[in-house]
Design a protein around this ligand. Structure first.
Ligand code: SF4
Length: 696
């Protein structure tokens, strides 16, 4: 072990060392703008204990605690001194960028300037991306040689553009290409192919292998949730006889962990659509373009191509029938008994395609082409298994459903997800004998982590809740409107006219910007149209989710500094606009999940079967976490101030309203009516933004 001050260093020394770093006047004081925060010191200490004790930890750290530094610093010291890899998984690119571009350079600077930590200063960090993000120079060369058999004119031009870029790129990452590469062409040249044979590629020529080398020698590996869980669901984690989750003996931190139950559900479930199947099969042979894998090198004869055409036809027929029989009047249908459809035609045609690919692989002129054909054989087998899995509802622990898919919802998709991911997560995350830390600003309900721990199989983990250091009593007011429009009790529909009027008037109460959070895209669209037509925004710009790319929407909203932004879904969680550009959050409706969605419905049935109240067990906790995320968009730094307005009168009329009220961090929660917007609400807001409030 590396020494600290000349002494031998073992795991027990890590927590006190972290205290010395984060305490008032500690080593971290040399960092520009560092402020001692007792909450951060406590979190760093707890993380250090988890790393050195190989134990699981759930840590809720309110906004402003500085949680990424609190897990990175002990994690990197442990990585360097105990020769283990620290793996950090985030949901958003924004947090990945913050870690790579801001936090890690600050930590490196602190370590370099502190004698007791200087042995850790040369830590190495790398971003782990999926293989499909990298260009494969070998496949590019082959695609260029065979472009006539693979691509039409426009695709050939795109291939040439990629080839020109390949001459200059140092990373080979698709994200460098602007505009982004055509997905169809990229699928022929990316590194996600089992025909990959590194020994045949010149040393240093492969972007993906170079990245892998960086990963294996890195002390810190950063990746996103989706990649982490897709690797784990594909069985590509640490070996069964090794400690560790993703790599042998690693230490895992999952940030933004409130999203893990949903991410894991997606990763361990399946979703396969009619258009997606057509795309995959057309890469083998596309009857329209008369191109594809088996059109190469005169590999296949007419009757061989016909086999693939038949498979495409059978699958299209199956999905068209599913759409017609089940999805004409609904977007989602739960499947509850097996053999709901006859899939034998599609399954038989896919079987024939697999046999064809077996034969063609045997006759392929070289090993690489044979591997590529086998790759597609595996994909066809995966398609067939997925169709049969959904037809027979094979897994009693999963829920199965159909959904409209493709352009204009004209086709269908087959979907499944585990009803309860706790058992899976207990196995893949918490049985490896290595430290696993899950953290977020919103994990607890009324200060308790019991619900979250149960959902992810982490009942044995220690848990802590650390409140935000921000002074919410001083910088935030919340107003619960008693006379806003309640959703219709029969149809659940919202009164968009009334909501638009509220938003228009409330937007003018603050000088800065307003974020209005919806739960339904249809309501959002209609309300936006009414608001625009009303002229109530008096020159403020209105940004509406879906009208331009999300990042662009948020950037412009922040730049305008007094605009109105209306969003659903990810806008509840992923927006970080500090300062007065976001001075008000309007919660249009309490964010209960759609209980008619098959997965939610199945979870509620499961709770009921276990003798639990499904509303209390499933709906309410999920809605409170999302509500906390939405409210949390308002105060992003110690100098921020603003108001939260809740337009859903159920806050005041239903018994569960008090649970939501308790989730608002300010003690200054007031009842209000529409006729008080320009008086009481405005006066409170004006005070909040005045020098008298002490907030400037
Ligand atoms: S090692 Fe694999 S991914 Fe890399 S260039 Fe060779 S074939 Fe492509």
């Amino acid at each position: 072990m590396a020494p600290e001050g000349g002494e031998a260093f073992d795991g027990r020394d890590l927590p006190p060392l972290c205290e010395k770093i984060f305490c008032g006047g500690g080593y971290a004081s040399i960092l520009p703008n560092f402020e001692h925060r007792p909450e951060q010191e406590r979190m760093a200490y707890c993380c250090a204990q988890a790393f050195s004790g190989n134990s699981p930890l759930l840590f809720e750290a309110g906004t402003g605690v500085g949680k990424s530094m609190a897990y990175l610093v002990p994690g990197i010291i442990a990585a360097k001194r105990f020769k283990r890899q620290l793996v950090v998984a985030t949901h958003t690119i924004a947090l990945q960028q913050q870690i790579m571009e801001k936090d890690l350079p600050r930590i490196s600077m602190m370590f370099s300037n502190c004698e007791a930590l200087s042995d850790c200063a040369d830590f190495r960090a790398a971003l782990l991306l999926g293989r499909a993000n990298y260009l494969c120079p070998h496949r590019l060369k082959r695609a260029l040689a065979e472009k006539r058999e693979l691509f039409d004119t426009a695709e050939s031009a795109e291939l040439e553009r990629i080839a020109a870029w390949a001459e200059t790129t140092r990373t080979g990452l698709a994200e460098e290409l602007n505009p982004p590469p055509d997905p169809e062409v990229w699928s022929w040249v990316n590194a996600d192919s089992s025909s990959c044979a590194p020994k045949n590629c010149p040393d240093g020529s492969c972007f993906y292998q170079n990245a892998r080398r960086d990963i294996s020698s890195a002390d810190v590996v950063v990746l996103n949730h989706n990649l982490l869980f897709s690797l784990l669901s594909a069985g590509m984690g640490a070996g069964e006889d090794e400690n560790g989750v993703l790599f042998a003996n690693d230490m895992l931190v999952i940030d933004e962990a409130h999203l893990i139950p949903d991410v894991a559900s997606d990763a361990f479930g399946l979703s396969i659509s009619g258009p997606g199947i057509r795309r995959e099969l057309s890469r083998i042979y596309d009857p329209r373009k008369k191109r594809g894998l088996i059109a190469r090198s005169g590999l296949a004869e007419f009757r061989d191509k016909q086999i693939v055409c038949d498979a495409i036809g059978e699958c299209e027929e199956l999905f068209a029938k599913i759409k017609k029989d089940f999805l004409l009047s609904r977007d989602t249908v739960r499947l509850s008994s097996p053999d709901w459809a006859d899939v034998s035609g599609a399954a038989g045609a896919l079987d024939s395609t697999m046999r064809l690919l077996d034969t063609l692989a045997q006759n392929a002129p070289n090993e690489r082409l044979a591997s590529e054909i086998k790759d597609y054989r595996r994909k066809v087998s995966g398609i067939k298994n997925a169709i049969e899995d959904c037809a027979y509802l094979s897994d009693p622990e999963s829920v199965y459903w159909l959904e409209a898919a493709g352009a204009g919802g004209r086709s269908a998709s087959l979907n499944s997800a585990p009803i309860d991911v706790s058992g899976i997560l207990r196995r893949v995350l918490f049985s490896g004998g290595s430290p696993v830390i899950l953290t977020s600003a919103t994990l607890a309900i009324s200060g308790s982590m019991e619900d979250f721990a149960g959902r992810i199989g982490a009942e044995a983990a220690e848990s802590f809740v650390c409140d935000s250091p921000f002074d919410y009593g001083k910088n935030m007011r919340a107003f619960l409107f008693s006379d806003a429009a309640a959703p219709d009790s029969q149809t659940g529909k919202m009164d968009c006219e009334k909501t638009a009027a509220y938003i228009g008037r409330l937007a003018n109460v603050v000088r800065g910007g307003t974020l209005a959070l919806f739960t339904s895209r249809a309501d959002l669209k209609k309300t936006a149209e009414i608001l625009e037509a009303s002229g109530a925004l008096k020159g403020r710009r209105l940004y509406v989710q879906g009208r331009m790319p999300r990042a662009e929407t948020v950037r412009r909203f922040a730049e305008d500094a007094n605009a109105v932004l209306m969003g659903t879904d990810t806008f509840w969680t992923g927006i970080d606009v500090p300062g007065d550009a976001l001075s008000q959050v309007i919660i249009v409706r309490l964010p209960f999940e759609n209980f008619k969605h098959p997965l939610t419905e199945a979870r509620m049935e499961r709770a009921e079967a276990l003798g639990e109240n499904p509303f209390i067990k499933i709906s309410l906790p999920a809605a409170i976490i999302k509500f906390r995320q939405g409210v949390g968009r308002l105060i992003r730094s110690a100098r921020d101030r603003g108001i939260v307005c809740v337009l859903d009168p159920r806050m005041l009329t239903k018994s569960y309203g008090k649970n939501f009220a308790a989730a608002i961090p300010t003690p200054r929660v007031e009842r209000a009516r529409a006729d008080e917007i320009e008086t009481f609400v405005k006066e409170e807001a004006d005070y909040l933004f005045s020098p008298d409030s002490g907030n400037l």
